[in-house]
Design a protein around this ligand. Structure first.
Ligand SMILES: C[S@@+](CC[C@H](N)C(=O)[O-])C[C@H]1O[C@@H](n2cnc3c(N)ncnc32)[C@H](O)[C@@H]1O
Length: 414
C-alpha cells in the first residue's frame, strides 16, 4: 500500500552518526509522541502537520522524510513497479520538478544512477498517463525531492519534505561568507546543536553561561543563543513541502505554527560569550549572528583563548579548536595578539603546545567551569594533561570525533 497525504505515517528523520538518540529525545519533545531510533535516524508517527512542525523545530535532524511506498525488491524493474504503486497526482502536478536520490546499504543493485533513472521514469510515466503531461527533473531545487533507501532486499521510497538540508538555517551568507574571510570549515549547525544536546545545555538560566573562545564563524554560539532566546531553528528558511501539493490544505496551520514560533521568542535566559583570536573571524561571526537574529544575545570579543579571563564564576566552555594547522599565525588579526610566538610553533608540534597552554590557562582561571572540546584527536586529553570525565562519540561529516568533557578545578592535572 502506498501512503495517503491525509493519513498518518512513520516519518523518518535521518541523523548524523552518534546523534540518533539525541534526535529521538528532541523529536519526542517537539511532537509529544514516542520516537524510535536506529542507526542513521529516527522514526515517529505523524501527519503532514507533524512533518511541518519537525522541519520548523528540529535542530538535530538532517531532513524529514515521508514514506510513500515500500516493499521487497530484487532489481530495478521491481523498484520501477514499486514506484508505480504511488498515486503521484496526490503529491505533485506535472508542472512541478523532481529529483531522485538513492541511498543503498548492502544492496545488490549495480548502478544507483540507473536506479534513480528508473524511479524517475516511473513517476513520469504515471503522471503522463494520469494527466497527459510529464514533470521534469531539476537537480538543484526540485519541488518534489524523492529519496529511495534500498537495503539487501527491501526498499522504501520517501518524499523529502525538507529540500535543502536542515543544517541550512537560512542565516549563512549564500557565498559561504565574506570573500576576505577564510576561516576553517565551520561546523554544520546540526552538529553544533548535537554538541549542545550532548552536553545537556538548553539555554535555560540553570544551564549557566556558555563560552566558545575559538568561535570561528560563530556556529556554536549562534545555535546556543537561538536556544537561549527560544527561537525555532527553521524560522528563517523555506522548505520543499511549501511547494508540494499536500501542503495546500495546511497553509493556515503553517502560518499559525510560524506565528506561534515567533511569539515564543524572548530575551536570552542566559549569557552566551564568543570570540576568536582573529578579529576578522570574530567580526564575521558577529555578522552571522546578526543575520541569525541573535547579535544582541552574544557577547563577542576578539581575544586569544590563552588570555581570555573567565566571564563568570561558573559556566560551560564548548568549542572545536583549531586542528592540524599552526595556531600562532592566526593571531595576526588579533588586537591582543597571540600569547605564544610564531617561532615556537614552527619547529615543534604547535597543537601540543597550544593545548598544553590552554589547559594551564583553564586550570588557573576557569576553576568551577566545565569544558567540552570536540576533536578528531583522541589523544587530546593527554596533550592537555587533563583527565576527561566524559567522552561522547560524534561525527563531523566523515571525520570521527570525540567530545571530551573536562571538569576544571584549580590545578587539576591528570
Ligand atoms: C575549527 S575553527 C572553529 C570553527 C567554528 N566552530 C565554526 O563553526 O565556525 C577554530 C578557530 O579557532 C581560532 N583560533 C586559533 N587559535 C586561537 C587562539 N589562540 N585563541 C582563540 N581562537 C583561536 C581560529 O581562528 C579558528 O577560527
Amino acid at each position: 500500500m502506498s501512503s495517503h497525504p491525509d493519513l498518518a505515517v512513520d516519518l523518518f528523520l535521518p541523523a548524523s552518526g552518534g546523534t540518533e538518540e539525541l534526535l529521538a529525545d528532541e523529536v519526542q519533545r517537539i511532537t509529544g509522541r514516542p520516537a524510535e531510533h536506529a542507526r542513521g535516524g529516527v522514526w515517529v508517527r505523524g501527519s503532514f502537520e507533524t512533518a511541518m512542525q519537525l522541519n520548523l523545530e528540529s535542530r538535530l535532524a538532517q531532513r524529514v522524510l515521508w514514506p510513500l511506498v515500500d516493499g521487497p525488491y530484487r532489481d530495478e524493474q521491481d523498484l520501477y513497479a514499486l514506484a508505480r504503486r504511488v498515486r503521484w497526482t496526490d503529491w505533485m502536478s506535472p508542472a512541478q520538478t523532481l529529483r531522485v536520490d538513492v541511498n543503498a546499504q548492502r544492496s545488490p543493485l549495480t548502478s544507483l544512477n540507473f536506479t534513480a533513472l528508473r524511479i524517475k521514469d516511473a513517476v513520469c510515466d504515471a503522471m503522463r498517463e494520469a494527466t497527459g503531461e510529464r514533470p521534469s527533473v531539476d537537480t538543484r531545487r526540485p519541488d518534489v525531492p524523492l529519496v529511495l533507501y534500498v537495503g539487501p532486499d527491501h526498499a522504501v521510497l520517501y518524499l523529502d519534505t525538507t529540500g535543502e538540508a536542515l543544517f541550512k538555517r537560512g542565516w549563512r551568507d549564500a557565498r559561504g561568507g565574506r570573500e576576505d574571510v577564510k576561516g576553517e570549515a565551520p561546523l554544520k549547525e546540526t552538529l553544533a546543536a548535537a554538541m549542545l544536546a550532548a552536553i545537556g545545555w538548553q539555554g535555560r538560566k540553570e544551564d549557566g553561561p556558555l563560552l566558545d573562545p575559538c568561535c570561528g564563524a560563530g556556529t556554536i554560539a549562534i545555535e546556543a543563543a537561538q536556544m537561549a532566546c527560544g527561537m525555532a531553528p527553521g524560522a528563517q528558511r523555506r522548505f520543499a513541502f511549501e511547494r508540494q501539493l499536500p501542503f495546500r490544505p495546511h497553509l493556515k496551520a503553517w502560518d499559525a505554527m510560524r506565528a506561534a514560533a515567533r511569539a515564543r521568542v524572548h530575551a536570552p535566559h542566559v549569557a552566551v560569550v564568543a570570540g576568536d583570536v582573529s578579529f576578522r573571524m570574530t567580526d564575521f561571526a558577529e555578522r552571522n549572528a546578526e543575520r541569525a537574529g541573535v547579535k544582541h544575545a552574544i557577547e563577542f570579543k576578539t581575544m586569544d583563548a590563552l588570555q581570555r579571563p573567565a566571564p563568570a564564576p561558573h559556566g560551560v566552555i564548548l568549542m572545536n579548536p583549531p586542528y592540524g594547522e599552526r595556531i600562532a599565525p592566526k593571531g595576526q588579526g588579533s588586537r591582543a595578539g597571540p600569547t605564544l610566538a610564531r617561532e615556537q610553533f614552527e619547529g615543534g608540534d604547535s597543537s601540543q603546545v597550544f593545548f598544553g597552554s590552554l589547559a594551564s590557562h583553564w586550570k588557573r582561571h576557569y576553576a568551577g567551569w566545565s569544558a567540552w572540546v570536540l576533536t578528531p584527536d583522541f589523544k587530546l586529553p593527554s596533550h592537555m594533561r587533563l583527565k576527561e570525565s566524559r567522552r561522547v562519540p560524534l561525527w563531523n561529516g566523515p571525520i570521527e570525533c570525540r567530545l571530551f568533557r573536562f571538569d576544571l578545578v584549580a590545578g587539576s592535572a591528570r
